[in-house]
Design a protein around this ligand. Structure first.
Ligand code: CA
Ligand code: CA
Length: 149
């Protein structure tokens, strides 16, 4: 079995679509969404996503409302985790719902659609508790990041 590399998972156009979905979501909320893709992982996915969250500096947003959508592409391990500010107001089941929707799309080969839908779901959730503020900055890049763990 050939191992799918994270950087080959999406075409250039699909990467732009995902980036655009993040930008669109962040026009309505102060929350910051990131998508991170890796080749594969041995670790438990939630633990590993928490590690990546720190490594990407996602805990440094003003309102502690960063959300990471993590995917290891070869084994289709998915985690969606939010910082303390958003975790305080989002029911636990919500992250599981987003993971479920993303996995359904991935299983059907709709990689970009799944990531865009996950971004959209998270964005809609963030809007009510963290509406956009006038002095909003793009605190975390909207570009997909890649790792080869
Ligand atoms: Ca922002
Ligand atoms: Ca951003």
């Amino acid at each position: 079995m050939s191992v799918l590399a994270a950087e080959d998972f999406l075409s250039t156009a699909e990467r732009e679509r995902v980036k655009g979905a993040i930008g669109a979501a962040e026009k309505r909320t102060s929350g910051e969404i990131r998508v991170h893709l890796e080749d594969h992982i041995e670790d438990e996915v939630l633990d590993h996503a928490a590690f990546i969250f720190e490594e990407l500096g996602m805990h440094r947003t003003r309102d502690r409302n960063g959300v990471l959508i993590y995917l290891s592409v070869a084994d289709r391990k998915v985690a969606v985790i939010g910082d303390a500010g958003i975790n305080a107001v989002v029911p636990d089941g919500f992250w599981t719902d987003v993971v479920g929707v993303l996995k359904l799309h991935l299983a059907a080969g709709r990689h970009a659609d799944g990531l865009c839908e996950a971004v959209h779901m998270v964005g809609e959730k963030l809007v009510s508790d963290f509406p956009l503020k006038q002095d909003d900055r793009d605190e975390l890049s909207n570009e997909i990041s890649f790792g080869r763990s």
